[in-house]
Structure formats: structure tokens, C-alpha cells
Design a protein around this ligand. Structure first.
Ligand code: ATP
Length: 698
């Protein structure tokens, strides 16, 4: 690897020496270019795919497009290669790219970015894309993404190349004006400018279109990936249990991913575009500056215009930075106060009833107005600051128009350059200034990008550690053929490692209805979680009946937003049952009043009372007909007669389902055959005590 880089560096130096000594010609740089390309491809095998695409595309496009197409074709037509081949030749360019990109692959942040992007680019998922004139093409999603990025890089580089070519057009056209050569003028306008401009527009259009296609495909893939990781294997639940620093997963998945993709795209291709622009136009400025002397002296300074341009851009950016610096803090503050305001509005939406009952509207109004005032105040500060900044930048941009003329006029009047060259300097000057400004200003965007990247990586590591907690758990839930559910030497702990409960040997037999009682906080719900296989803390064995279905109804059921049909059939698909079955289940669960509103789409979790939600969950169980049904105070919000009715319905409709309930009410005993009481020992450890026979209700 190091050897390859050395060879590349030597090739580059050779080309540079040759180009500086003026011997660059097609026969000379062709073999060197090929060598440089081979070297970059070799290096490319060892770096992340995302960087590899840039490496290959930059090398190939630069070599072939800039050197061969522009150089050779123009040379063939005019017999003059020098005007069209940039002095640091294409091979040198490829070499420099190779070494730069290889070096980049060792930067930690770049590695992190590549790790996330390569997940997409290396994706093996089968996919399709519709290509114009060809139709649907099947390929791996990663391959499609790779090709789109490749084409986008090529398009961006061709835009730079076209800009370079257009600057020569401008030179030639103004020279024709200077020489009063009407033929040359019209030729430049119709045969050079018009086709170039047409190509430019087409390239820009395809560029925008492809960019949209790429970002949405990329986002769709990463979205599926992250959602899969988050929901897979209960990681989302365990992340919340272990409280691993990944707050707001919703924001990570919806917002940060989008920002990551947009920024990765615009920063990488934008940087490349500006770098290519900078190199190409510096080359033009450098060439035109040949023989320029410092004003008022005879001292020749190689590349004088380049230095002046750099000083001008750096000075301008520095002053912009001094005036604009407070904007970073102000913008940050603006986001904060906007978020605060949004949060207050969301709270209002979440607790409408509580607020209405307390007649808290005036207090809410006042609170909202106070928060909104913060938005206005900060906004005004931003506006004032922007005004100052814009005063400077507007003046700077105006100066941009005349500064190049002021710089080149003495040389023009001294006959050192033509009007065309003066015009070309004008264009090149503004491109170099804006490219340099871009580089200097990019750090604010980078800070934002880094924050997004950090949030994504902490999210990833939180998922990974949640999966690890699951993978390393010594609390094994294993299927067993006996048909019984059995707890053996089970120690259940809390996430901090402290002991919660111990069960030496406890069996639940099929068909037997068990009631679990015990003081609040003794660990009944946690025992259910361990049986369901979602509680990873502890050790011992839970043997679950093989091939049998289990359903657990918690005290506060989860009701998804959507139609009532979706809410009742959850988590099964909404078309798993027909309307009659769903309506029948709702009626049986004592919810006849909503049985004919199956297609009503609303936030049912907010509309229904807790007792109604619990009955809806029972309807779910009646539809799903699980072999084992665990009711964790699942009817606690119901009045006693309704609760008893519900238990009667469960027994009647699900005669072969084994029911294990947690409940505090003594009336429940009548519906169970056996009672297990969770007793707390003096050390605070709970243990289930089998009372065999549940006491009769009366
Ligand atoms: N995610 C968690 N992190 C830390 N402690 C927890 C967590 N979940 C439960 N606990 C603790 O475990 C203990 C047992 O909780 P659990 O909900 O199992 O009790 P319970 O017997 O079902 O109580 P109740 O009858 O009030 O519903 C409680 O002290 C609770 O604070």
C-alpha cells in the first residue's frame, strides 16, 4: 500500500516536473496518466466504497475528460495543446486525488461517515430502477446507489469543465470584439457558446433530478435499516430499560438521517466541485499572470493574480466572519426557543382535558405568549446582525465586479494581455474567490454535520449495547415440549443489578387459571416481562410450552393511531379478520357502542376511556385466541361487575386458553383455580408462594 502511494507520488512529481519544464504533450502524459490511474485503482481497493467512488470517478473523469477530450480534441482542431491542457496536468491531478483520498480514509470522522454511507453502498438488497430509454433495470440497491453517485460526480466535474471552457469562450469572444472581427465573434457566439450552454443546461437538469433520486433512495434504505435495528430483537424496549444515552430515537430516525444524507451529499460533492473549480481557475489565473510585475516595480511575481485573489478572498471572509460570528450563537438560540415553543404546543395537545378541567387556558396562553416573545426577540437580533452583515457582503460583491478590472487594467493598457484575457480573469477571479470563501465558511456547516453524526453514532451504539444486553442475558426463555410453563431457579434483577425476585421452581399447567397477587412493587409485572422474554436482567430458566401462542395484556394497552379496525386487530394485519368477527369481539368485550365504527380513523387511545381501552384489548385477545393469556391488571380500570363479566366472557369464548392474571381485587379469585402470592422477604427479595387453591369470592 505504502509502496503504491510512493509510486504514485513519484509519477505525480514526474508529471509536475515535466509540465513545469514545458514538455507536457499528449505522448508524454498518456502513459503516465495510465500509470497514475492504475495506481489509484490499486489504492481504491483498500479504502471505503464511498471514497472509492470519488477516487475512481475523479481520476477517470479528470484523465479522460479534461485531458483527452478537451486537450486532444482542441489540439487536433487548432494544433495548439497548451491552451486547453491545464498546467498541472490531468495525471498529476489523478495522483494528487489518489494520495489525498487515501489520506482522508485515515481521518476518524471520515471513517465514521463512510461506515454509515457504505451500509447503503454495500447493500445487497434486490431492487429496481427505471432508466430513460431502457425501462426497468434490476440490480442490487447498493450498486444502483454507487452508479448514481458516480454519475453525479461526473456531472459535477463536467459542469466545472464546461465553466472552464466557457471562460475560454469569453476570452475568444472579447478578443474578436477587440479585433473588430465580426466573423470570429458570431462564430464564438453560435458555434461555441450555444452548444456549450445547451449542454450546460441539460447537465444541470439531470444533476438536480439524480440528486433527488439518490437522496430519497438512500434515505429509504437507511430508514428501513435503522427502524429494523431499533425495533429488531426488542432493542427499542431495552434501550429504554438501560437508559442508554440515545434520547429521542424518533428524531434520530426522521430528522438526523435526512440531515446526514443531505449534508454528506452536499459536503462531499460540493467540496469536490469547489476544489475542482479552484484548481482549474487558479491554473487560468496563474497562466495569465505570466510576466506580471508588482505594480510600480519591475519585480515579477509568478501567479501574481492568484495571490491577490487569495488575499482578497481571505480578507473578505475574515471580515464577514467577524461581523457574522454572533449569528452562529443566535441561530442556535433561535432553534432552541422554537423547539421550546413547539414543545409547549405539543404538551397542550397532549393534555387538553386536564387543562380544560383546570380552566388553565389563560395560563397556557400566557405561557405560550411568553415563549413566543423569546422567538421574536431573538429573531430581531438576528435581523439586526444580518443587516450589518449584508451591508458588508453587498459592498464586497459590488467590489468583486470592478476589482479584477482594476487589477488587470494596467497590464491591458501596457499591452501585456488582451481584452479577452482581461475578461477571462474577471470570470476566473470571481470563481476562485467564491470557491475560497466556500472553503473558509464551511466550518459552520461542519459543526452542524458533526453534531448530526454524533447523534447517529450514539444511537447506533445504544442499539448495539441494547442488543448486547439481550444477547448476553443469562435469563433464558426456552421452548419445552412438556406443555407446561415452568420457572426454574429464576432470579430476576433490576437494570442496576439489584435483586428483585427469586422463583425456585414454579409451574403453570395448561388449562389451569392462576391469579397472582402481592404487594405493589413486589415484581409481578416484571415476572410477566421475564416470561414474555423481554426482560433481560437476571438468570435462570423460563421453559415455555413449545409451539403455543402467548398474549400479554398490560394495564395500559397500546392503541395505535388509525382506524378502529387496526386498533382492535393489532398487532395482526387489519385484514386478518372480517368485519363480523371484529364487531362480534367488540360486542363480547362489552363495547357494542363502537362495534359499527370500524373504519373511523382517529387517535382512539385519546378518545376511549382507560376502561374502554382495556375492553378493546380484551377484544384483541378474543380475536387472536392465544393458547396462553397473561392479564397484568388488564381489567383494573373496570367496575367490579363489568370486570366479572369480562372474565366470564373470556372463559366462555376462550375455553382452551390458559389464563394467568395479576390483580388486586378479591372478587377475581372466583374466576381462577389457583392463587400465587408474591411475598416480600425481609431482605426485600420477593418470592412467589403457591397457595394452590384460589379462595372463593365470597
Ligand atoms: N425499567 C425499570 N427500571 C428500574 N426499576 C424498575 C423498572 N421496571 C420496574 N422496576 C422496579 O421493579 C419493581 C417491581 O416492579 P413491578 O412493576 O414488577 O411491580 P408490581 O408488583 O407489578 O407492582 P404493581 O402491583 O404496583 O403493578 C418496582 O420497584 C419498580 O420500581
Amino acid at each position: 500500500m505504502i509502496k503504491a502511494s510512493l509510486v504514485l507520488a513519484l509519477v505525480g512529481l514526474g508529471v509536475l516536473a515535466a509540465s513545469l519544464s514545458g514538455t507536457v504533450g499528449v505522448p508524454f502524459y498518456l502513459p503516465l496518466s495510465t500509470l497514475a490511474l492504475a495506481g489509484t485503482v490499486y489504492i481504491g481497493r483498500h479504502i471505503p466504497k464511498f471514497l472509492r467512488i470519488f477516487l475512481v470517478m475523479l481520476s477517470v473523469t479528470h484523465l479522460l475528460f479534461v485531458a483527452l477530450i478537451l486537450g486532444v480534441t482542441a489540439g487536433l482542431i487548432t494544433g495548439d495543446y497548451t491552451g486547453y491542457v491545464p498546467p498541472p496536468s490531468a495525471a498529476l491531478g489523478a495522483t494528487v486525488f489518489g494520495i489525498l483520498i487515501y489520506g482522508l480514509s485515515y481521518v476518524r470522522v471520515v471513517r465514521t461517515i463512510c461506515r454509515i454511507t457504505d451500509r447503503y453502498l454495500e447493500s445487497q438488497t434486490d431492487s429496481v430502477i427505471r432508466l430513460p430509454f431502457i425501462g426497468l433495470v434490476r440490480a442490487r440497491e447498493g450498486t444502483i446507489g454507487t452508479w448514481i453517485i458516480g454519475v453525479l460526480i461526473a456531472l459535477n466535474l463536467s459542469q466545472v469543465a464546461l465553466n472552464v471552457r466557457l471562460s475560454f469562450f469569453s476570452r475568444d469572444m472579447f478578443n474578436a470584439i477587440q479585433d473588430k472581427d465580426a466573423g470570429a465573434f458570431w462564430y464564438q457566439l453560435f458555434f461555441i457558446f450555444t452548444p456549450l450552454a445547451a449542454v450546460f443546461v441539460a447537465v444541470a437538469l439531470i444533476d438536480v433530478l439524480l440528486q433527488y433520486v439518490l437522496t430519497i433512495r438512500w434515505r429509504a434504505f437507511l430508514n428501513t435499516y435503522y427502524v429494523g435495528q431499533w425495533l429488531g430483537d426488542g432493542a427499542h424496549y431495552r434501550m429504554q430499560l438501560t437508559n442508554q444515552g440515545a434520547d429521542n430515537p424518533d428524531q434520530r430516525i426522521s430528522e438526523d438521517l435526512r440531515k446526514f444524507i443531505d449534508s454528506t451529499y452536499s459536503l462531499s460533492i460540493g467540496l469536490m466541485n469547489q476544489a475542482a473549480t479552484l484548481v482549474s481557475f487558479i491554473a487560468i489565473l496563474w497562466t495569465i499572470s505570466a510576466g506580471f510585475t508588482l505594480p510600480g516595480t519591475d519585480v515579477e511575481v509568478p501567479g501574481l493574480l492568484v495571490w491577490i485573489c487569495a488575499i482578497y478572498a481571505i480578507l473578505g471572509t475574515w471580515i464577514t466572519h467577524l461581523i457574522g460570528r454572533p449569528l452562529i450563537g443566535l441561530n442556535f438560540q433561535q432553534e432552541r426557543v422554537e423547539a421550546n415553543y413547539r414543545f409547549s404546543l405539543a404538551r397542550l395537545r397532549e393534555y387538553p382535558e386536564q387543562i380544560a378541567l383546570l380552566a388553565g387556558e389563560p395560563a397556557e396562553k400566557e405561557g405560550l405568549a411568553r415563549r413566543f416573545t423569546q422567538i421574536v426577540d431573538n429573531y430581531m437580533q438576528i435581523a439586526l446582525r444580518l443587516m450589518k452583515l449584508n451591508t458588508f457582503t453587498a459592498a464586497y460583491f459590488q467590489a468583486n465586479v470592478v476589482v479584477p478590472y482594476i487589477l488587470t487594467a494596467p497590464y491591458y493598457f501596457a499591452g501585456k494581455i488582451t481584452l479577452g484575457q482581461m475578461q477571462q480573469v474577471n470570470g476566473a477571479f470571481s470563481r476562485v474567490t467564491s470557491a475560497l470563501t466556500y472553503f473558509i465558511q464551511i466550518y459552520t456547516t461542519l459543526a452542524d454535520y458533526k453534531a448530526v453524526l454524533d447523534r447517529l453514532t450514539t444511537f447506533e451504539s445504544a442499539i448495539a449495547s441494547a442488543q448486547r444486553v439481550g444477547g448476553e442475558s443469562k435469563l433464558a426463555v426456552t421452548p419445552a415440549a412438556s406443555g407446561e410453563l415452568r420457572l426454574k431457579d429464576l432470579d430476576v434483577r433490576l437494570p442496576d443489578g439489584s435483586d428483585l425476585l427469586h422463583a425456585k421452581d414454579l409451574s403453570f399447567r395448561p388449562g389451569e387459571r392462576t391469579l397472582m397477587t402481592g404487594p405493589s412493587g413486589s415484581g409481578k409485572s416484571t415476572l410477566f416481562r421475564a416470561i414474555a422474554g423481554i426482560w433481560p436482567f437476571g438468570e435462570g430458566q423460563v421453559l415455555v410450552p413449545e409451539g403455543q401462542t402467548m398474549m400479554l395484556l398490560p394495564q395500559r394497552p397500546y392503541i395505535p393511531i388509525g382506524t378502529l379496525r387496526e386498533a382492535v386487530t393489532y398487532p395482526a394485519r387489519s385484514d386478518s379478520y372480517n368485519d363480523a368477527q371484529i364487531a362480534e369481539a367488540l360486542r363480547a368485550a362489552r363495547l357494542p357502542q363502537i362495534a359499527d365504527r370500524l373504519d373511523e380513523d382517529r387517535n382512539w387511545g385519546q378518545t376511549l376511556s382507560l376502561g374502554e381501552q382495556q375492553r378493546l384489548a380484551v377484544a384483541r385477545a378474543l380475536l387472536a385466541r392465544p393458547d396462553w393469556l397473561f392479564l397484568d391488571e388488564a381489567t383494573a380500570a373496570l367496575d367490579e361487575p363489568t370486570e366479572q363479566e369480562i372474565y366470564r366472557v373470556i372463559r366462555e369464548k376462550l375455553p382452551s386458553t390458559t389464563v394467568v392474571s395479576i390483580g388486586h381485587r378479591s372478587t377475581l379469585a372466583a374466576f381462577h383455580d389457583r392463587r400465587i402470592d408474591m411475598k416480600k422477604t425481609e431482605s426485600g427479595l420477593s418470592t412467589p408462594v403457591d397457595l394452590r387453591q384460589a379462595e372463593p369470592a365470597e
